[in-house]
Write a protein that binds this ligand. Sequence first.
Ligand code: CU
Length: 436
Amino acid sequence: MYVSVRILSLWLLMLCCQAAMAAADPGAGRAVFEQCKACHSLQPGQNRIGPSLAGVIGRKAGTAPGYEYSKAMLNAGVTWTKENLAKFIAAPRDFIPGTKMPFEGLPNARDRANLIAYLQQVGVSAASGSKVTTHSIVRAPDDLPPPIAKRGPQTVKLALKAEEVEGRLADGAAYDYWTFNGKVPGPLLRVREGDSVQLTLSNDAHSTVSHSVDLHAVTGPGGGAAKLQVPPGQSKTVTFKALKPGLFVYHCATPVIAHHISNGMYGMILVEPAGGLPPVDKEFYIMQGELYTKAAYGAAGIQSFSIDKLMNERPEYFVFNGAVGALTKEHPLRAGVGDKVRIFFGVGGPNATSSFHVIGEIFDHVYEWGGLTSPPLEGIQTVSVPPGGATIADLTLDVPGKYIIVDHALSRLERGLAAYLIAKGKDNPVIFHPGK
Ligand SMILES: [Cu+2]
């Protein structure tokens, strides 16, 4: 008995050593850094309650520009290395007695190693003064599958992956988005009425929390979410029958649900009717959402999420396809004069209803609420689309120019909400011309 206990404890010791020796994971460190963000930024010179940690490794303690340090820190005489930073993070006031830092320390060695690996990775670019990430989470509006060819109902396999990624929110500003498949919105899923859909949701191993999916096209508990709560590194599958044709929103439904949606976890599924939709020349996919950041709209650096603003429904940013400028600077919609254009439009939200409108155009057809079992409305100016709702709007471009797509609650235009639809082609003076 004694021998076996000894062997067991040796084996456990060996496992612990192996874990300690495994390479530190900067991706996991990014999640640990969430705790530090209350006081520290990663932007050079952007000091919050504590100094910016941009380029901290290799820097002498007490020398971040523009920050007023305690005497203890100024006199510490330490140049930060991975090793001494680990000791400091473990117990700041033991390592530098008299430091004002209110932080008690990070007891878990693995968390410390991961955090330092992350600081090292981001520190290089941050210290050199380069901007925050320019990585784009924007889904291009023409990134959608083509219409389904005429066929009968089938079994269709679809996959979604929950991924937490830092991305560009606006010029000079970044945000830790939560996404389906790395982009906002998640992919447009396209199936046929009567299809049997096997949907697998996986959650990236680096995710900090569980994620899920509730599809409004699903008839069943939670729209699937009751059986699709997926912890990091795991995956789950449900099978559902697409009973009704229409354009339906899907979204993460893990509490706090509004937080997950606001962070970018929404998309749509189009259930085509038997025989498909009337053909058009161009199809586009746009979704509207809101972001609730602690700092005001327009602040630079990595923006952190505000639960207070979310609970009070006071967003700082309103965006089409995830970011400010997504569908103006980055991916404007492009079509030709004479084209029939179809916009699959939905609102992820989580809270604001959109008054969807294309300035200078009139919708030929609007499939109200995204329903495809009723005939479309005709000749419509503005469509009200609630959170968790959608519409299909067709228009014909008769005159060349730049058409601005908005939510006609136009204060939101000043908070990032605009898209351009650029029509190229011959002038059409019968329909529009300047002068008499
Ligand atoms: Cu989620």
